[in-house]
Structure formats: structure tokens, C-alpha cells
Design a protein around this ligand. Structure first.
Ligand code: FAD
Length: 311
């Protein structure tokens, strides 16, 4: 068995595995796709100490760093079930894979990340990273002085609009419902800013562009069924970040109401020997540098657990 098995090969999982392997303990990573969301990212300008890089380049560096150590890297493997140590005969945590195999470990770090909920409208995929964006902290500055739209009027949408309003020329917020779901303080703040316009009862129907970049979007006014157009260079989709925890449903690991794994200050979950890190957890702010720090922390938390609990 492994001493530490990391499930997920994004920034959090890579960091966890390196910290584990450097302790000289048996370490494995099971990941569907090494690199995680970083593989879907182009410009990265907020990974501190690296002025600018690209997702695939950073993912390649992550892999290179992991491979410096004795880490069993099992990619293209999807975890489908976690069985906690108190339910197994051997007292180990079992991770079942879609392939039918079971991987066993004394401790595990769950770092299966999250995915942005998409609009599923024509043009969204075509213009992803060409004007369609999901992370205002990451891509906001790329639209300096330009017109942008934010899709979604929940807390993340209104926060994004306030954040962007300080950088871009104008922000149009499109909300599907007739009310905003954001906290009132955020709504008040957004209403006080002259370059934010909020349109309710608006269903985004299409992303439009010139073949290389976004030039605008179409939405249906749900009061009149009329199709309207807004000219924008950037569209920030803020309709939810979905944690990849569906596979943990019957595991006993406590999830928040949003499906995120609840973790404590050492990355520990409520299940013995099971730790978690990165976008899949309740830790606020989903960023590469944060995921890496959390991965390191959970790994040290798991190591501390191992030295106190194994013979
Ligand atoms: P992820 O990167 O999501 O990795 C999850 C890992 O788990 C992957 O290896 C995946 O294959 C694996 N996995 C999932 N389910 C299973 C399963 N059941 N079994 C096995 N493996 C599984 N952040 C920044 O700091 N700066 C940026 O500029 C930036 N730009 C972004 C642009 C885009 C388009 C996106 C989508 C995100 C961006 N982010 C950016 C956010 C950043 O990518 C994430 O915060 C970070 O990747 C989270 O790391 P993670 O390791 O927690 O999870």
C-alpha cells in the first residue's frame, strides 16, 4: 500500500505529492488528467515569481517537478469511490478506480478540483480564452479599458462586476431571474458604481465574435422575448464553480451545501487519514497559488497524522 495517495493531479495534488515524497514515504497520484484546470488556461500572470506563463507550460513544469521524486503517477485513472479505513478489513483507505482496480493507502489527499459551470450557448467553446473567461482575478486585467459583460447575478457575479469596474470601461451584468441573488451590500456597491449596468430577466443565448475574438453577445429579454445584443470584448461567466465530489457521495466525507469538502486548518476532513486541498474544498478563493499552498499544507497534515498513527 501507499503511505500517501493523492487523488487529483492539478496544482494542489502536485504540491501534495512533492511534499510527501520528500519525506521519503511511499507516494502515489491518481489523476484523470495531469495538470487539471491549468491545462485549460492560457495566460497566467498571477503565479507569483513567474511574471507570465501559459497553462500547458506550467503543467509541464509541475509534471517535471513531480517526476524528480519517486512518485507513482497513475494518469488517465478516474476515482469512483472512497472506502474509509474503518470500513475496510486491512484498516487502509481504499480508492476504487473506473478501471476496476483498487488502490490502497494509509492516508489520502483529495485534490480533485472543480469545474466552472458553462452557459452551453453557441460560441462559448469557440471563444473560450478569446474573450470568454471564467476568472476575473486572472483575466480581468486583459480587458483594461474595454467593455465587458458578467453572466450571473449571484455573489460571484456581482463581486466580479465590482472588481472589473475598476479596470475595464464598462460592465453589463446579465441575470436570468428577476432578482439578484447576491448579498445586499454587494448589490448596493454595484449600484453605486457609474460603469456597471445590471439587466435582469436576461437569458444569454449566444456569444458572437469576428472569428478570432469576442465582439459581443446576444440575450433574450425574458419579459418580451425580444433578442437583444450587447457589444463587449470580454464575457465573464459566473454561474457557479462545481467541485468534483460526485464520486464521494457515499464515502462519509462531509461536504458543504455547495458540495465542497469541509476541511480544517491542517487540511483534514472528518474521516480519519483523509485530507483534502485546493478547489475541491471549502477553502475560499480558487487560485493556482492557493491550491499549491493548500496541497503542501494537507500533505504535511497527512504526514503528521502518519507519524502519530502508524506502527
Ligand atoms: P484542478 O486544477 O481542478 O485539478 C483537479 C485534478 O483532479 C485534475 O488532475 C483532474 O483530472 C483530477 N480529477 C478530477 N476528478 C477526478 C477523479 N474522480 N478521479 C481522479 N482524478 C480526478 N488560477 C490562477 O491562479 N491564475 C490564473 O490565471 C487562472 N486562470 C484560469 C483560467 C481558467 C480558464 C480556469 C478554468 C481556471 C483558472 N485558474 C487560474 C484557476 C486554477 O486553474 C485553479 O484554481 C487550480 O487549477 C486548482 O487546482 P486544484 O489542484 O485544486 O484542481
Amino acid at each position: 500500500p501507499y503511505d500517501m495517495l493523492v487523488v487529483g493531479g492539478g496544482p494542489a495534488g502536485a504540491a501534495a505529492s512533492i511534499y510527501s515524497a520528500r519525506k521519503g514515504i511511499r507516494t502515489g497520484i491518481v489523476a484523470e488528467r495531469f495538470g487539471g484546470q491549468v491545462m485549460d488556461t492560457m495566460a497566467i500572470e498571477n503565479f507569483i515569481s513567474v511574471k507570465a506563463t501559459e497553462g500547458p507550460k506550467l503543467a509541464a513544469s509541475l509534471e517535471e517537478h513531480v517526476k524528480e521524486y519517486e512518485v507513482d503517477l497513475m494518469t488517465e485513472q478516474r476515482a469512483t469511490k472512497l472506502i474509509s479505513a474503518d470500513k475496510t478489513e486491512d484498516g487502509l483507505v481504499h480508492i476504487e478506480l473506473a478501471s476496476g482496480a483498487t488502490v490502497k493507502s494509509k492516508s489520502v489527499v483529495l485534490s480533485t478540483g472543480a469545474r466552472w459551470r458553462e452557459m452551453n450557448v453557441p460560441g462559448e467553446q469557440e471563444y473560450r480564452n478569446k474573450g470568454v473567461a471564467y476568472c476575473p482575478h486572472c483575466d480581468g486585467p486583459l480587458f483594461k479599458g474595454k467593455k465587458t459583460a458578467v453572466i450571473g447575478g449571484g455573489n460571484s457575479g456581482i463581486e466580479a462586476a465590482i472588481d472589473l469596474a475598476g479596470i475595464v470601461e464598462h460592465v453589463t451584468v446579465l441575470e436570468f431571474a428577476d432578482t439578484l441573488r447576491a448579498d445586499q451590500v454587494l448589490i448596493d456597491k454595484a449600484n453605486s458604481l457609474p460603469n456597471i449596468e445590471i439587466i435582469k430577466m436576461a437569458q444569454t443565448t449566444e456569444v458572437i465574435g469576428d472569428g478570432t475574438r469576442v465582439t459581443g453577445l446576444k440575450y433574450k429579454d425574458r419579459n418580451t422575448d425580444e433578442i437583444k445584443e450587447v457589444e463587449v470584448a470580454g464575457i465573464f461567466v459566473q454561474i457557479g464553480l462545481v467541485p468534483n465530489t460526485e464520486w464521494l457521495k457515499d464515502s462519509g466525507v462531509t461536504l458543504s451545501k455547495h458540495g465542497e469538502i469541509e476541511v480544517g486548518s491542517h487540511g483534514e476532513t472528518n474521516v480519519r487519514g483523509v485530507f483534502a486541498a485546493g478547489d475541491v474544498t471549502t477553502v475560499p478563493f480558487k487560485q493556482i497559488i492557493i491550491a499549491m499552498g493548500e496541497g503542501a499544507k494537507a500533505s504535511l497534515g497527512a504526514f503528521d497524522y502518519l507519524i502519530r498513527n502508524s506502527q
